[in-house]
Write a protein that binds this ligand. Structure first.
Ligand code: CYT
Length: 942
C-alpha cells in the first residue's frame, strides 16, 4: 500500500536476504513470509549493500535523534542536577551546556558510519575488535539497551500513572513497553516514520509547560545551594555525558539504508543538531523545573521525594486541566520514541553476538526484550533515581571506552577513509583484525575506570580520594540495599538468646552489616554479620542504662559509628564506637561534663563504645529515639512519657558531646499554628536517604515493658539525675496503657517532618518543624472518628487534638469511648511515590497503613505551607488479635512487617491496584510463654 515509499522496496529486497539467513531455521519461514506481507522488516545483521543505501531523506537523521531525545528521559537526566546531585540551577545549566555541546558530537559521528558502511554498529565493531571479540561490545550493548529500555518504561509508566488515580505505575510500564514493541516490531521503516512525527507532541507539551510554569520560574523560586564540590560537578557531568554518548552504539543502525554518497559532514550535522537541540532542551527543562520544585508547593508534591518526574510534569501542567492531562499522556507515550531505536538495536546486537543468534529473525529479539523489560521495570520503578544513576553510569563507562576504540580505529588505522573497511568480509574471522589491541585497550581503560568508580556496590581508591565518581558522585542515597529480613534472625534464635531479658528493640546499621539490640536487661549489644557464613556474632555488649533500654537508633555513617539509646531511666545517651587502640582514654574523656563514669562501669572490658553524652531533659521514661534523616544534619528526636517530643542538635560534631535541645513540644496539646518559636537552624543539605533501621523484632510484650518501666521509674526517681516525679497523678498507672512513638519523614523535600504518637491519645500527629517558624501539627491520623475500618479518616487540618486529649486527660472517664494507644509508627521510605505511607500499630491489635497526601489546593500561595495534608487509611489489619508492638517498612516501602503479642511477625504487601494484603507470618516460639499474660491486658472487645 505504500508503494511510493522508496524504503518499501528496499526493505523488501533486503528481506529476501533475511530469508536466506533464516532458511535453515524452518519454523520461522512461514511466519516471516507472513510478516513480510505486513511490511515487517525481517532483515538481520548482514551489511546493506551500497546499491541499496539510497534513501536521500537525510533530514531523517535529524528527526530520529531529535525525537529520540526530546522526551522525559532527557528531562529526568537534567533534573538529576538539582534533584539528585544537589546542584544549584546555575551550576547545572553551565554543566549541561558544556557537556551537551561536546558529547553530542560522538553519537552524531557514529551516525555517519551507517550510510557509509551499511553495517550495524556491532557488526562495524568487528573491524576493530575482530570477529570473536566483537561479541564483548555486542553483549554489553544488549545489556545497555535493555537498561535504557527499562528506564524509559519506568519514566513513561510513572508519567501515565500520574494522570489517573486508577492507573498504577505497573500498568503504565506495561503500556509503554507494549507500544515500544509494536513500533520496533515493524522495523527500520516504521521506526523512521514514527520518529519523524514523535517529537511534535513532546515539543508542544514542553512549550506549554514553559508557558504554564513560567511564572514560577523567577529567581526567588530557586533555593540557594552551597557551592558544589569538584566531585559533584564531575559526577553530574559524566552522568549527563553518559546519557548522550551511550547512543553511539545505536546511531549507526539508523543510517544503513541512507544515501551512501552523501557528504559525511551533512550526515554529521543533521545528527548533531538533532541530538543537541533535543538533549539540551530536555536537560535544561528538567533542571529548571526540578530546581524550582522545592519552591512551588504544588510541584513539589507532584515530584514526591524528587523522583517522580511524571508527577512533577503533571503538577506543572495541572492548571491547564484536562488539556494538561492530555499533554502528560502524550509526553508519557513519547518515551516510546527513545525505546523504539533502543529495542531495535537490542535485537541487532543480540544477533551480532554469535552466528546462532543471527539465525533468528530480528523481531524475536524484540519480544525477548519485552519479556525481560516489563518485570524488571516494575521492580526498578520503586527506586527511580538510584536505578537511573546506576544503570546510566555503568553504561557510560563502557560505551565511552568503546567509542574511543572505534574512533581510534577509524582515525588512525583506517585513516578516516571508509574504503579501508572491507565490508564484504564482515563475516570472515580470518580476514578481520585479531582484535587484541581493542580488547587490551578496553581492558586498559577499565584499569583507569575501576579505581575511579564510585558506585553503590564498589568504590575505587581514586574515587575514595575525593574525586567523586568519574561517572557518578558517591551519594549514599538508597544505599541500604542490604535489607536483611529480621524473620531470618528469629529463626536462627538470635534474638531469644541475645539478652538475659526481653529484647525491646533491634536495629540494623546503615549497611545492614551490624545489628544493635537492647533489652530490659539494661544492656546494648552490637552484633556483627560475618558475611562469609552469614552468622551474627556479638561484637560489643555493655550495660548502657540504669533501667530498661527502650529504643536504639543508628546515626548515618557520615557522622561516624554512633548509636543513640533511650531508656526508662529518663535519659537518652549517645554512644560512639571508638577504635580499640585509643579506647582507654577516648571512652572516658567526655567533654560535656556529663556523668560518664557509669558508662562502661560494668561493661565487658572489650567495650569499644564510648558514652558521649547523656540527655537528661525528659521528665518521664524515654520511649523512643530516632536520628533525623542525614540531610538535616546530626539531629535526634526523642519522645518520653511526659508526652514531650524533643529535638536535639549536635553542636560539636566530631566530639559529639555538646547537644542543644532545640525543640521541646507537648505532642498532646500541640496546636496547629502556635507553639514555642524555633531557633533558626542550618540545613545540612546532602543527597541521601536517611539511615534506616529495619528490624521488626519485638518479643517484649507491652505489659512487661510497662511493668519494667514502673520499676525503672521507681528506681530512677530515687536514683538518677534531674528526674522529677511524674507530674500528674495517675500517670504511672496510665503508662502501662500508653504508647510513645516517633518516626521521621524520610523525604527531605517536605522539610523536617515527624510523626509522633503519645500516651493513650490513640492518634498520630504529623508535626512540621521549620527553621523559620513554630512547629505545627499539620495533620492528625485518627483511626476512630469513623467506625468503618476502610473509611477514610482524613483528619481535617487544624483539628485540635481535643478529643484525644480529653481521652488522655479524662483517664478512665467512663463516657469517652476507649482509645487504644499507638505503640509504633513507621514512615515509609518514599521511593518514587507522590504520596506518603505511614504505618501504625496499636494496642487495639490493628496494623494500619495511612496514605498521606500533601496539599493539592491550587489556589494556595506557595509559601502557605501548613497546607491541607490529608490522610486516608488504605489498609487496616487486625490479624494479630492482640496488641501490636512494632511496625517497620522494608527499604523500598513496599513491604510492611508488624510484630504483635500473638508472638508473630506478619508481613503485608501491596498487590496490584495498591491493595494491601497479608503476605505471610512467622511465629516467635518463646513469645508463647508470655502470651497468657499479654492477653490479659489486651482486651480486644473493650
Ligand atoms: N541514552 C540513551 C541511549 C540509548 N537509549 C536510550 O533510551 N537512551
Amino acid at each position: 500500500m505504500d508503494r511510493k515509499n522508496p524504503l518499501d522496496s528496499i526493505v523488501k529486497s533486503d528481506s529476501r536476504e533475511a530469508l536466506d539467513e533464516i532458511r535453515t531455521s524452518g519454523p520461522y519461514r512461514r511466519v516471516t513470509k507472513f510478516l513480510l506481507h505486513l511490511g515487517v522488516e525481517t532483515h538481520g545483521i548482514s551489511p546493506i549493500p551500497k546499491e541499496e543505501r539510497v534513501d536521500r531523506r537525510l533530514y531523517q537523521m535529524f528527526f530520529v535523534w531529535f525525537s529520540a531525545n526530546l522526551n522525559i528521559l532527557d528531562f529526568s537526566t537534567g533534573s538529576a542536577g538539582p534533584a539528585f546531585f544537589n546542584l544549584g540551577l546555575h551550576d547545572s545549566l553551565v554543566i549541561l551546556l558544556v557537556v551537551d555541546v561536546i558529547s553530542c558530537a560522538i553519537p552524531a559521528f557514529f551516525a555517519v558510519f551507517g550510510p557509509k558502511l551499511g553495517t550495524r554498529g556491532m557488526v562495524q565493531a568487528r573491524f576493530s575488535w575482530g570477529y570473536y571479540a566483537a561479541a564483548i561490545p555486542s553483549i554489553l550493548n544488549v545489556f545497555s539497551s535493555q537498561g535504557f529500555l527499562i528506564l524509559n518504561c519506568i519514566i513513561g509508566g510513572q508519567a501515565l500513572a500520574s494522570v489517573s488515580d486508577n492507573l498504577s505505575v505497573t500498568a503504565g510500564i506495561v503500556i509503554i513497553g507494549v507500544l515500544a514493541l509494536i513500533v520496533t516490531f515493524f522495523g527500520y521503516k516504521v521506526v523512521h516514520w514514527y520518529e519523524s512525527v514523535a517529537w511534535i507532541p513532546n515539543a508542544v507539551a514542553f512549550i506549554v509547560m514553559l508557558g504554564v510554569g513560567g511564572k514560577h520560574l523567577k529567581s526567588s523560586t530557586f533555593p540557594a545551594h552551597p557551592n558544589p564540590t569538584t566531585a559533584t560537578i564531575l559526577s553530574f557531568a559524566t552522568f549527563v555525558a553518559s546519557s548522550v554518548i551511550s547512543w553511539c552504539t545505536i546511531t549507526p543502525d539508523y543510517g544503513v539504508y541512507h544515501d551512501a554518497t552523501a557528504s559525511s559532514l551533512r550526515i554529521f550535522v543533521y545528527a548533531y543538531l538533532g541530538f543537541f537541540f533535543a538533549s539540551f532542551t530536555g536537560h535544561v527543562l528538567g533542571a529548571v523545573f526540578a530546581a524550582a520544585a522545592p519552591g512551588v508547593e504544588l510541584w513539589q508534591s507532584g515530584f514526591g521525594n524528587g523522583s517522580d518526574l511524571g508527577g512533577l510534569i503533571s503538577a506543572v501542567l495541572s492548571p491547564t486541566g484536562g488539556f494538561g492531562k492530555f499533554l502528560v499522556v502524550l509526553i508519557a507515550l513519547s518515551t516510546t520514541s527513545a525505546c523504539a531505536p533502543t529495542m531495535y538495536t537490542f535485537g541487532l546486537s543480540f544477533m551480532s553476538i554469535a552466528p546462532i543468534f543471527a539465525r533468528f529473525p530480528r523481531y524475536v529479539f524484540a519480544i525477548i526484550s519485552e519479556a525481560i523489560l516489563i518485570p524488571v521495570a516494575i521492580v526498578g520503578a520503586t527506586r527511580f533515581y538510584a536505578t537511573l544513576v546506576n544503570i546510566l553510569s555503568v553504561i557510560g563507562y563502557w560505551s565511552t571506552a568503546f567509542a574511543a576504540i572505534i574512533l581510534t580505529e577509524h582515525v588512525f588505522f583506517r585513516r578516516r577513509d571508509f574504503l579501508f573497511y572491507n565490508v564484504d568480509e564482515w563475516n570472515k574471522p580470518r580476514r578481520l583484525p585479531p582484535g587484541i589491541a581493542a580488547v587490551l585497550a578496553f581492558a586498559g581503560s577499565f584499569g583507569v575506570i575501576v579505581p575511579s568508580m564510585s558506585q553503590v556496590w564498589y568504590s575505587g581508591p581514586i574515587a575514595q580520594a575525593g574525586t567523586g565518581d568519574i561517572g557518578i558522585d558517591h551519594t549514599n542515597s538508597e544505599q541500604n540495599w542490604s535489607f536483611l529480613d529480621p524473620c531470618a534472625m528469629i529463626q536462627t534464635g538470635l534474638i531469644q538468646n541475645a539478652h538475659s531479658d526481653l529484647v525491646t528493640d533491634a536495629s540494623y546499621d546503615f549497611y545492614g552489616l551490624r545489628l544493635a539490640t537492647c533489652s530490659l536487661d539494661q544492656r546494648i549489644k552490637v552484633w556483627h554479620l560475618d558475611e562469609s557464613n552469614g552468622t551474627w556474632a556479638v561484637e560489643d555488649d555493655w550495660k548502657a542504662h540504669d533501667a530498661p533500654v527502650s529504643k536504639l537508633s543508628w546515626a548515618h555513617p557520615e557522622f561516624g559509628s554512633v548509636i543513640a539509646s533511650s531508656s526508662f531511666d529518663r535519659t537518652v545517651k549517645i554512644w560512639e564506637q571508638v577504635s580499640p587502640l585509643v579506647q582507654p582514654d577516648a571512652s572516658q574523656t567526655n567533654g560535656s561534663g556529663v556523668n560518664s563514669s557509669q558508662s562502661s562501669s560494668s561493661g565487658p572490658s572489650n567495650s569499644r563504645w564510648a558514652e558521649r553524652t547523656v540527655l537528661t531533659d525528659a521528665r518521664g521514661t524515654v520511649r523512643a529515639v530516632e536520628f533525623a534523616p542525614q540531610h538535616f544534619g546530626l539531629k535526634l528526636a526523642s519522645i518520653a512519657s511526659d508526652n514531650q517530643l524533643r529535638i536535639y542538635e549536635c553542636l560539636e560534631q566530631p566530639s559529639l558531646t555538646a547537644w542543644q535541645l532545640s525543640e521541646e513540644l507537648d505532642v498532646l496539646t500541640l496546636p496547629s499554628s502556635t507553639s514555642p518559636s524555633l531557633h533558626s537552624r542550618n540545613h545540612t543539605v546532602a543527597v541521601a536517604t536517611p539511615t534506616q533501621t529495619s528490624a521488626t523484632l519485638d518479643g517484649a510484650s507491652a505489659s512487661l515493658v510497662a511493668q519494667a518501666l514502673q520499676q525503672g521509674l521507681q528506681q530512677n526517681v530515687a536514683g538518677t539525675s534531674t528526674s522529677q516525679p511524674p507530674s500528674r497523678p495517675g500517670l504511672g498507672n496510665r503508662e502501662a496503657d500508653g504508647g510513645w512513638c516517633i518516626s521521621w519523614c524520610k523525604d527531605r523535600y517536605w522539610g523536617e517532618i515527624i510523626a509522633a504518637g503519645s500516651g493513650i491519645s490513640g492518634v498520630i500527629k504529623i508535626i512540621q518543624l521549620s527553621p523559620s517558624r513554630r512547629p505545627t501539627s499539620i495533620l492528625t491520623l485518627d483511626p476512630t472518628p469513623v467506625p468503618a475500618p476502610q473509611a477514610p479518616s482524613s483528619a481535617p487540618e487544624g483539628t485540635l487534638p481535643v478529643p484525644s486529649d480529653a481521652a488522655a486527660d479524662g483517664a478512665a472517664a467512663a463516657n469517652v469511648p476507649p482509645r487504644f494507644a499507638i505503640t509504633s509508627v513507621a514512615w515509609a521510605p518514599s521511593c518514587g511515590r507522590s504520596y506518603h505511607l505511614i504505618a501504625t500499630g496499636g494496642r487495639d491489635g490493628h496494623v494500619r497503613i495511612w496514605r498521606v497526601k500533601p496539599g493539592e489546593d491550587l489556589e494556595r500561595e506557595d509559601d502557605d505551607e501548613d497546607g491541607k495534608w490529608t490522610a486516608s487509611i488504605v489498609a487496616d489489619f487486625d490479624q494479630h488479635k492482640s496488641a501490636v508492638t512494632r511496625v517497620e517498612w522494608n527499604i523500598t516501602g513496599t513491604v510492611l512487617s508488624s510484630a504483635g503479642n500473638d508472638g508473630r511477625i506478619r508481613l503485608w504487601k501491596a498487590t496490584s491496584g495498591n491493595v494491601w494484603r497479608p503476605a505471610g507470618s512467622i511465629g516467635v516460639e518463646q513469645a508463647e510463654e508470655t502470651e497468657p499474660t499479654e492477653n490479659k491486658d489486651v482486651d480486644m472487645d473493650a
